[in-house]
Design a protein. Structure first.
Length: 376
């Protein structure tokens, strides 16, 4: 038994070492790139310039640097004010460290919520910190770990505080529809009000500060997104958009926006009518967002709740499949792309099916868990 413990300790040490190397690489990449960090649009905003219009008008003086297209909600540029007080080199260092901190807190909070032991938490943390999505999120200056942490408000006992936290996370609105609709179905108009407060206040404050009508600024994030957002890695919106381009179809182009929203409605309604363990609900909502709306590799940090849920499952076959799909997205996609030179577009339908299967398997685990509890 002592020998086995030593083997496990060596294994944990190796995992922790690999996690350290991966995080260090992410931080190093952040010092070089941080190309998606919304620093330059925030600087424009606090200089009294509308960053959305500036981008749409051609970024003539190139004040929006790298790939920092302002495709987030208005509240983003208000929240990032402290970073605008720093020069670019200092701001991206602070943001990279902040992103890592958001990830650490998210892992701890979700594992604590799931009742993980110390060693289970350590295992989850090591795997997550080794993952390509987390490394990419830190290195590219993305905002995914902040959104993940904000959405952990889903588990707060004070509902209004949790709703405010989640509503703040809606600044990255590609994750918004399934969770927003679910909370609206479950908690009603009161939850709706708290969820939209951060976005509404941010929108109005943004408009007042730059001296524009709120009606003029309302749709600007979506206009920028139509130009600036890349194709996803395994989602329905990207599949329909590519089909629309191939067939030059206006109907398919409209469907690429309408169908994900409609399916979000169905997902949310189904979950609201089938109450269950919060971690399960949050896992399904997170994965459903990834399969319905455009998301790149860094957004796959949102597979973390499903990873923890599957790891804690009592059913090894279903759990094994779920973990395999998640690990494929955390490690295998990059391997296939770089080693076998298979494009993301070619992998798109395959990964969509895999992620859809993940949702179904998680549902299967929940059904079996409920059956086990009812038989006791």
């Amino acid at each position: 038994m002592l020998k086995n413990r030593k083997i496990w300790n060596v294994g944990y040490f190796l995992l922790a070492f690999m996690a350290f190397i991966s995080v260090a690489q992410g931080l190093n990449n952040a010092l070089i790139y941080s190309q998606d960090f919304q620093w330059s649009p925030s600087v424009l905003f606090w200089d009294g310039i509308n960053p959305y219009n500036y981008y749409l008008n051609g970024n003539e003086e190139n004040r929006i640097i790298l790939s920092q297209a302002p495709n987030y909600l208005h509240s983003t540029y208000i929240f990032l004010y402290p970073f605008t007080l720093l020069d670019w080199e200092s701001a991206k260092v602070l943001w990279a460290l902040s992103s890592l901190l958001f990830a650490v807190i998210s892992v701890w909070f979700l594992c604590h919520t799931a009742g993980c032991t110390f060693y289970e938490t350590l295992f989850v943390a090591c795997i997550f910190f080794c993952s390509t999505p987390l490394r990419n999120s830190i290195g590219s200056g993305q905002h995914s770990t902040l959104v993940l942490l904000a959405f952990c408000g889903f588990f707060l006992k004070r509902g209004w505080l949790g709703d405010l936290s989640i509503g703040f996370g809606f600044f990255k609105y590609s994750f918004m529809p399934p969770l927003f609709l679910y909370l609206f179905f479950v908690k009603g108009i009161k939850s709706f009000a708290f969820l939209i407060i951060p976005s509404v206040i941010g929108w109005l404050a943004f408009s007042i500060y730059i001296g524009s009508s709120p009606f003029e600024t309302l749709m600007l994030p979506l206009k920028v997104s139509s130009y600036a957002v890349s194709n996803g890695l395994g989602d329905l919106m990207t599949i329909l958009a590519l089909l629309a381009n191939n067939f030059d179809s206006v109907a398919l182009r409209a469907l690429s926006y309408l169908m994900p929203v409609a399916l979000s409605f169905l997902f949310a309604y189904y979950l609201s009518k089938n109450p269950s363990e919060p971690l399960y609900i949050f896992s399904i909502i997170s994965v459903s967002s990834l399969i319905l709306f455009k998301h790149l590799a860094y957004d796959y940090v949102f597979l973390l709740p499903a990873f923890i849920y599957a790891l804690k499952s009592h059913f090894s076959r279903e759990s094994g499949f779920a973990l395999a799909v998640i690990l494929f997205n955390w490690f295998g996609l990059k391997f296939i792309h770089h080693i076998f030179l298979i494009s993301n577009e070619d992998m798109l339908p395959i990964n969509f099916i895999l992620l859809l299967s993940l949702v179904l398997v998680l549902m299967r685990i929940r059904i079996k868990e409920d059956s086990l509890l009812n038989s006791i």
